[in-house]
Design a protein around this ligand. Structure first.
Ligand SMILES: Nc1ncnc2c1ncn2[C@@H]1O[C@H](COP(=O)(O)OP(=O)(O)OP(=O)(O)O)[C@@H](O)[C@H]1O
Ligand SMILES: [Mg+2]
Length: 338
């Protein structure tokens, strides 16, 4: 029943029938006060692919992840998830724990681990959400709870081994190197047996060796585990090497989509983000940026505001501060396991 896509039989998502699309959004629009963070976004993710989402800072990439995983509820649009077992689920407004149980798991731009717990404990907590034992059975140490505990322990060991952290399982998460913490977050997401894994800047803060290891890990998650990967990443070398397709956001709008090489050649993308291929491109990017700043200033002056447009937003520093992922005006109660 599964339709695994290998890197050699790439088919543009535009040619895929609805059954082949594991995740599909249409018209997704998310606003915070006067700011439109996602503007009519269409995403078509083919089962088994690595789809990268790129774009400049503030383009709406994390907002898209938050909308897919129930942390934000877009005001408009549709989000549909089609699991392998069949059927369709609307994810628009679904609670984060429901989204997780359906088969989507994510990591965060800002690492969210329990620093004072060991690597093993961090992963076991995630694995346990898949198991049936209720809190009373666990407290009383009843046989079904002990069985569940053994199962989560086994699962945690499996995924820690898969990401290459077996020799670190008893170390405190907070004491691990940055690269290991990133891998631990991925292990924790994998412990829930996802069909789709959403990685929000997994290479941020890692060194070149760690980046290469991460690249390899993403490939193995995709090919060996058959997990579809949605990847937000600023490191273009990583994106271009692991992604089957790339979609580009700018100011909340999708401005391009295609194979890595198509996107790399797209003038709109060069202007918006990649830039710096030649001195000329660099100058063009500088111009675009200067123009955007001038427009923002003019608008702010006309509106008599400071131009932030976030009057009713309690979210603090969006997308960056820990907790900001659930902090918008339409944020769900955070019922994530963390
Ligand atoms: N909770 C929130 N409240 C108010 N504005 C928000 C909130 N979350 C996101 N935004 C705004 O939405 C826009 C997109 O932010 P988002 O964090 O999604 O960008 P991003 O593409 O992930 O950027 P980066 O590459 O810096 O992580 C920004 O203008 C941001 O200020
Ligand atoms: Mg982000």
């Amino acid at each position: 029943m599964t339709t695994e896509v290998t890197k050699t039989d790439r088919v543009p998502a535009g040619d895929a029938g609805p059954g082949d699309l594991v995740l599909e959004t249409s018209g997704v629009t998310l606003r915070f006060g006067g700011l439109t963070s996602l503007d009519n976004v269409e995403l078509r993710m083919r089962r088994g692919e690595v789809l990268a989402v790129i774009g400049p800072n503030g383009a709406g990439k994390t907002s898209l992840f938050n909308s897919l995983t129930g942390a934000y509820v877009p005001q408009e649009g549709k989000i549909v998830f089609r699991p392998r077992r069949g059927g369709e689920h609307s994810l628009l407004g679904a609670k984060p724990h429901v989204v997780s149980r359906l088969g989507l798991a994510r990591t965060f731009q800002n690492i969210r681990l329990f620093g004072a717990l060991t690597a093993l404990e961090n992963v076991k907590i995630a694995a346990e959400t898949r198991l049936k034992a209720d809190p009373v059975s666990i407290m009383l140490g009843l046989p079904n709870a002990r069985k569940a505990e053994r199962a989560s322990d086994r699962r945690a060991h499996e995924v820690l081994s898969f990401v290459g952290l077996l020799d670190r399982i008893n170390e405190l998460a907070g004491a691990l190197s940055y690269g290991d913490q990133r891998r631990l977050e991925i292990a924790r997401a994998l412990a829930t047996d996802p069909e789709v894994l959403l990685l929000d800047e997994p290479a941020a803060g890692t060194n070149p060796t760690e980046k290469l290891e991460l690249e390899e890990l993403i490939r193995r998650i995709n090919t060996e585990l058959g997990v579809s990967v949605l990847l937000i990443e600023h490191d273009m070398r990583l994106v271009m090497s692991v992604a089957d397709r790339v979609m580009v956001l700018n100011f909340g709008k999708k401005i391009a989509e295609g194979s890595p090489s198509e996107v790399q050649r797209d003038p709109a993308v060069i202007e918006a983000y990649l830039g710096s291929v030649t001195e000329e491109d660099e100058a063009a990017v500088a111009e675009v940026v200067a123009e955007a700043e001038a427009v923002a200033e003019a608008e702010a002056a006309a509106a008599g505001t400071d131009g932030t447009g976030s009057g009713d937003d309690p979210g603090g520093e969006p997308g960056d501060a820990p907790g900001a992922d659930a902090g918008g005006p339409k944020a769900q109660d955070t019922e994530e396991r963390e």
